[in-house]
Design a protein around this ligand. Structure first.
Ligand code: NAP
Ligand code: HSE
Length: 445
């Protein structure tokens, strides 16, 4: 058989994702070579602790704690960054690009914060940075936005894009597990971030939404533009009421065009049980994209974990290898005349868009509160809401505590402006008859 040429691959990180990627590169080398048109040779693997036991057995000569063994090796054409965190991952990605190497990364923090800069750098250097695994684990999302849906004006994205929180919410809703137990399970399964507060506080979903929205609207949507609330305040009673009212509770990431601006937000939401997104359980993610030509399309699959994430990363590695081979002749020719070579992924070409402040967003609300159980209390509450033009859609009262003389009420509102709801909440908190505002959750659909 004819000997194929090979491209050296450097892997930075050998944890949950890196371990899976190394396995795929080694165990499927023949099949991958057929797809890439060249051998993908794993040359070095960067870790912090060379003596740590690993899920994958590698020849010890491959392991290094010195990043320059990857970044300064001219035989390495593709660097896979799966270390996580902002630094030193960002510096290494930049060094790799400036050294003429393709970068494949699963790092949503780095991509969310520095996407425009890194794409520009890659384009200038005639290489590419590919980041499919940074959103939705194994689900192809960014390639469809960069290619198959390009003719559309994207109008909205509704997404469940954090596997850990979806796993926790599913276990709490269907099995009555406590928040802590469900989180521990998600960590054991390798879904959670190194710091799981990034998952449960919504930060991981926020980074992913910044990447998705930037890719969908072809402009920079920064993490700071996005309103974010996590799932830590959701209690067992909220699940009970959600079920009674015909909803599931999901951590939603939403980006939509409204007039000339865009709304971008991550927060828990009541989703009607007959909606597809309400049926997305466990570590599964789903992203509904609405384009003006295509209508609604739904992407669904495993959003975290070693194998699904490796699937996205290795696909990007193959794409990078093909691009290297395709562009070799062209790059040489263009560099000879001093022009920058073509990059594999485009820049964010649209002008900046106005971000709608959260205060101006309109949704419906679920409100759960503990109140004094005596005549006239509901009238005081509905008066405050009415003063802010917030209309009550339904009310249920339960669980009267005869000793404390309190009752729990749940209100569902019609659409209301966020700033008015926040003002009403503050006013209600001051009412002597309101013992506690236990939770308020936005309602979608
Ligand atoms: P992980 O299990 O914590 O693994 C991180 C790896 O990077 C470890 O091997 C660690 O080395 C190495 N590392 C970290 N900092 C380093 C440094 N400064 N120098 C050298 N090596 C360093 O993390 P993971 O779950 O695989 O996640 C990796 C990335 O993929 C993150 O960006 C994450 O957000 C993203 N991601 C994860 C998933 C998932 O399901 N886990 C899915 C999609 C995307 P040691 O082993 O020696 O400590
Ligand atoms: N911690 C992330 C999640 C990993 O739970 O979705 C995948 O990006």
């Amino acid at each position: 058989m004819e000997e194929k040429e090979s491209i050296g691959v450097g892997l930075m990180g050998l944890g949950v994702v890196g371990g899976g990627v190394a396995k795929v590169l080694l165990e499927r080398s023949d099949a991958l070579a057929r797809q890439a048109g060249c051998n993908l040779r794993l040359k070095k693997v960067l870790v912090r602790d060379a003596d740590k036991p690993r899920s994958v057995t590698l020849d010890s000569s491959l392991i290094t704690c010195d990043p320059q063994q990857i970044l300064s090796d001219p035989d390495i054409g593709i660097v896979i960054e799966v270390m996580g965190g902002e630094q030193p991952a960002l510096d290494y990605a930049k060094q790799a690009l400036l050294g003429g190497k393709y970068v494949v990364t699963a790092n949503k923090e780095v991509m969310a914060k520095y996407m425009a800069e890194l794409l520009e750098m890659a384009a200038q250097e005639g290489v590419g940075i590919l980041y499919e695994a940074s959103v939705g684990g194994g689900i192809p999302l960014l390639l469809p936005l960069q290619e198959g849906l390009l003719a559309n004006e994207i109008r909205a994205i509704y997404a469940i894009i954090n596997g850990t929180t979806n796993y926790i919410l599913t276990k709490m809703s269907s099995e009555g597990l406590s928040f802590g137990d469900a989180l521990r399970e998600a960590q054991q399964l390798g879904y959670a971030e190194a710091d799981p507060s990034n998952d449960v506080e919504g930060t991981d979903a926020l980074y992913k939404l910044a990447i998705l929205a930037s890719s969908a609207f072809h402009t920079t949507v920064r993490p700071d533009d996005i309103y974010c609330q996590g799932i830590t305040s959701i209690g067992e009673r909220d699940f009970r009421y959600a079920k009674e009212l015909g909803y599931e509770i999901k951590l939603l990431a939403i980006a939509k065009k409204v007039g000339g601006s865009i709304e971008v937000r991550v927060h828990p939401a009541f989703v009607p049980t007959d909606y597809l997104l309400a049926k997305v359980d466990g570590v599964y993610n789903a992203v509904q994209i609405e384009g003006d030509l295509v209508g609604k399309v739904l992407f669904y699959g495993e959003g975290a974990g070693s194998s699904p994430t490796s699937s996205a990363i290795v696909a990007n590695v193959i794409a990078a290898a093909k691009a290297i081979k395709r562009s070799e002749a062209m790059v040489t020719a263009r560099r000879a005349v001093g022009a920058p070579a073509a990059s594999v992924v485009g820049r964010l070409s649209n002008p900046a868009m106005t971000i709608k402040p959260m205060a101006e967003v309109e949704t419906r609300y679920y409100l759960r509160m503990s109140i004094a159980d005596r005549p006239g209390v509901l009238a005081q509450i509905s008066g405050i809401l009415g003063d802010r033009s917030i209309s009550i859609a339904s009310a249920i009262q339960k669980e009267a505590d005869a000793v404390a003389q309190t009752a729990e009420i749940v209100l569902m509102t019609h659409p209301a402006r966020e700033e008015f709801m926040q003002q009403a909440l503050r006013d209600m908190e001051r009412l002597p008859v309101v013992k506690e505002i236990s939770n308020f959750i936005r309602v979608e659909g």
